[in-house]
Design a protein around this ligand. Structure first.
Ligand SMILES: Cc1cc2nc3c(=O)[nH]c(=O)nc-3n(C[C@H](O)[C@H](O)[C@H](O)COP(=O)(O)O)c2cc1C
Length: 160
């Protein structure tokens, strides 16, 4: 069983968050993490996954166009995604730059893909997901790992 960590990143900040989420996924026994950029991801990566954690830099308060392109292009496999677990992450330049609105823009797509969407666990912050201003610091990384672990754990429970 694997969880797909899908990201777009131009400067590397969002990729660093993605790597932390993948670490969290891998900490759950029996669940692997597949880390893919928007350029490399395939429809098979989507349909084979037990869950998807998708992330983007904040671009004008929403996800970057290349992540939206993937959701647009893969619309035909939407029905195969029902009841998989979904979560989101984002990296901004400023504290009030739009991390939550960007996460919500991603969660909207996952919701309409029929997925069961979750935020980060109570042991992290119990909010929208994982986020950082520029590159993730130690706390951001811990939250990202906990988000990954939560999604992996839920995937296991749903498939048992
Ligand atoms: C076209 C564009 C739009 C952006 N819009 C915002 C924004 O609305 N709010 C914000 O805080 N940062 C904004 N940024 C900054 C990026 O979200 C931020 O630098 C992020 O950490 C970059 O992630 P990356 O290194 O993964 O590419 C924007 C950057 C670009 C290139």
């Amino acid at each position: 069983m694997y969880v797909l960590v899908l990201y777009y990143s131009r400067g590397g900040n969002t990729r660093k968050l993605a790597e932390q989420i993948a670490e969290g996924i891998k900490s759950v026994a029996g669940v692997e993490a597949v880390l893919k950029s928007t350029q490399d991801v395939t429809k098979e990566d989507f349909t084979g996954a037990a869950g998807i954690v998708a992330g983007s830099p904040v671009y004008f308060g929403v996800m970057a166009a290349d992540l939206k392109r993937v959701f647009d292009e893969f619309v035909g496999i939407r029905s195969k995604m029902e009841n998989k677990v979904g979560a989101a992450f984002a990296s901004s330049a400023f504290w009030a730059g739009g991390n939550e609105t960007t996460i919500m823009s991603i969660l909207q797509c996952l919701l309409i893909y029929g997925m069961i969407i979750v935020g980060d666990p109570m042991s992290a912050t119990g909010h929208y997901g994982a986020a950082s201003v520029a590159a993730p610091n130690e706390k951001d990384s811990e939250i990202a790992q906990k988000l990954g672990a939560r999604v992996a754990d839920l995937c296991k429970r749903l498939q048992s």
